[in-house]
Structure formats: structure tokens, C-alpha cells
Design a protein around this ligand. Sequence first.
Ligand SMILES: [Zn+2]
Ligand SMILES: [Zn+2]
Ligand SMILES: [Zn+2]
Length: 142
Amino acid sequence: MEQDIESYFEQKGVKPTANRILVLKALRGEEHPVTLTDLELTLSPMDKSSIFRVLTLFLEQDIVHAFEDGRGLLNYELCGSEGPCDRRDEHIHFYCESCRQSFCMEDLPLPEMELPEGYTPHSLSFVIKGECPRCRRQHESD
Ligand SMILES: [Zn+2]
Ligand SMILES: [Zn+2]
Ligand SMILES: [Zn+2]
């Protein structure tokens, strides 16, 4: 595992520092995309600004990508691809307004969009808001 993390960082062009390893492990342990606040809880007592610095580097080095959830908060998730972040690696997200969780719709790729000349996209958010199956079942049994 340790070895695997080091070679992963190497291939992404990132030095494996203690904090970076901890953040990567936390992200790998998550089932859903996470916010900075979620990570702060998981990684306590690491402070928020250290986590944020690591995430910013991870974004630059294509280790994670980020999108805004239904509250406008940035969610982070690990890139699936080996090399540079591939657009095909990104997908639509579903945000449940009841449990405030983001879900990956991995089988729903982002639609291809042709931007007018001169516009350079840096990130793209495609979030559907609603209720997840679990919350829906709970409502029905109320
Ligand atoms: Zn990516
Ligand atoms: Zn829900
Ligand atoms: Zn996702």
C-alpha cells in the first residue's frame, strides 16, 4: 500500500510528503465525493489550511477533480485515469437535498460541449438535485 502510494505520486509528479499521503488515503477511503469540511473531520487534527494546500496541489496535478454540489460547496474526488485528468473521467453528479450527499453517476458522462472561440474552461459542474433512493424510501415509510 505504502509502496503503491509512492509510485502513484511519482507518476503524477508529486513528492510524497506525510500530509499528502494522509489526504490521499482519506480520499481513497471515501465512498462519496467529499468537501473540505468532511476531510477536516476525517483528518483531524490536521488543520484546514494544510488540507486545502494539499487539495490545491492535487487539483493542479490531476490527482483529484472538483465540482460544486447543490449547496455551491466544492466537492473533491479522485481522478480515475492514470495520466492527466481526462474529461471522460468526469461524470454527472446527483446531489441529495435530504441527506446532503453527492453521488457519482459514473455511467453518465458529461455531455460534449463546444464552447465559442476564446473561452477556456477550467472546471465543469453538472449536478442534478433531488432525493436519493434511501431518503426516498424513508419518506415513503413516514
Ligand atoms: Zn479527473
Ligand atoms: Zn439522500
Ligand atoms: Zn464522481
